[in-house]
Design a protein around this ligand. Structure first.
Ligand code: LMR
Length: 400
């Protein structure tokens, strides 16, 4: 009965890892997926995570019972505090409902399904470009996807006028997906002044902001600073949604731990929203897993563990910044044609190099360097040892 099926293409991001795994070359380098690697090129489990996991294992009072449909209460409360700030008026007034979901993707999907079912507008505007999975998540959730201008290839920066123009002409009530910080794939964020203008426009047109916060702590190295754009929108008393991921900032990729928060106008509405979110989640996966959320809750709850986390997080962010500088210097010293200053100006895990699909496939074929075809490289996958190889490959791709 499945004879008619054609083979589906690999995922544009995760498929890069599939191709990388098949390559027998000893010098191969995977700069595709946004996953942190150490200087030795190895995945990193944070010390604070190891420590908490040990405590969880030793605590024999713990069990593996189902947790509630909306997840662990502590985890939800503390996640809201992390993104909105401990003194957030929305939290103090109980206007926020937070549900534990399957990392950032799961949070976006639950939010999308909730909006498709209960919100009066079914159109969501995504930036161009955006994370490749965004359109798929929202289409399958039942929303209709439109785009707004975000990135200007000519300046390798933000197309702020284009953004304002496109959101300005979006039908009132439309949903707008915003990357909270460290825009994926471009590494280009609005300034706080620009965020304020975006906020005014969104509120004046009664658009509904839906933040994707996958990199809190990776843009500036500070969790609070990276949450500023979201907090700007909460401060005006309006509604919004936020999807949070702990994949990158706590390195909990495979644990699939994240949260969806919806800020409402009143505590009563928030509790009704939560009751409806349960109806979205229960038939989808019943309830979320216990382990990752227990780790996060333990770290967020304890000020010593929290401090340890922020130091390790800053360490990851700093290593990425140093990779940016090293790659920039290496291209400069090779005299590679072009202005590569965007490598040090862009922020977060990725550099949007400006290399085209042909140059990318040249680098993969000739140098065994794997990256997404849009020219995005994960700076977190680089090390001092591999920078020269990447610089050689870029130089050859650009001059060849
Ligand atoms: C990425 O963009 O590389 C990450 O968000 C990982 C993913 O799931 O695509």
């Amino acid at each position: 009965v499945f004879n008619h099926l054609v083979r589906a293409p690999e995922d544009p991001i995760l498929g890069v890892t599939v191709a990388y795994n098949k390559d027998p070359s000893p010098v191969k380098l995977n700069l595709g997926v946004g996953a942190y690697r150490t200087e030795e090129g190895k995945p990193l489990v944070l010390n604070v995570v190891r420590k908490v996991e040990q405590q969880l294992i030793n605590d024999l009072s713990r069990n593996k019972e189902y947790i509630p449909i909306v997840g662990l209460a502590d985890f939800n409360k503390l996640s809201a505090k992390l993104i909105f700030g401990a003194d957030s008026p929305a939290i103090q007034e109980n206007r926020v409902t937070t549900v534990q979901c399957l990392s950032g993707t799961g949070s976006l999907r639950v939010g999308g399904e909730f909006l498709a079912k209960h919100y009066h507008q079914r159109t969501i505007y995504l930036p161009t470009p955006t994370w490749g999975n965004h359109p798929k998540v929202f289409n399958l959730a039942g929303l209709s996807v439109q785009t707004y201008r975000y990135y200007a290839p000519a300046t390798l920066g933000l197309d702020f006028e284009g953004l304002l123009e496109d959101l300005g002409s979006a039908p009132s009530g439309s949903i707008v997906l915003l990357h909270a910080c460290a825009h994926n794939p471009t590494g280009v964020d609005p300034t706080l002044e620009q965020w304020e203008q975006i906020r005014q426009l969104i509120r004046s047109k009664a658009l509904l902001p839906f933040f994707d916060s996958a990199y809190q702590g990776f843009a500036s190295g500070s969790l609070d600073a990276d949450a500023q754009p979201v907090r700007l929108f909460v401060a005006d008393g309006g509604e919004l949604l936020v999807a949070q991921s702990y994949a990158k900032n706590l390195g909990l990729y495979g644990e699939r731990v994240g949260a969806l928060s919806i800020v409402c106008k009143s505590a009563d509405v928030a509790s009704r929203v939560e009751s409806q979110l349960k109806l979205v989640i229960r038939p989808m996966y019943s309830s979320p897993p216990i382990h990752g959320a227990s780790i996060v809750a333990a770290i967020l709850k304890d000020s010593d563990l929290f401090n340890e986390w922020t130091i390790e997080l800053k360490g990851m962010a700093d290593r990425i910044i140093s990779m940016r500088q090293q790659l920039f210097d290496a291209l400069r010293s090779r005299g590679t044609p072009g202005d590569w200053s965007h490598i040090i100006k862009q922020i977060g895990m990725f550099t949007f190099t400006g290399l085209n699909a042909k140059q990318v496939s040249f680098m993969t074929n000739e140098y065994h360097i794997y990256m997404t075809s849009d020219g995005r490289i994960s700076m977190a996958g680089l090390s001092s040892k591999t920078v020269p190889l990447l610089a050689d490959a870029i130089h050859a791709a650009v001059t060849g």
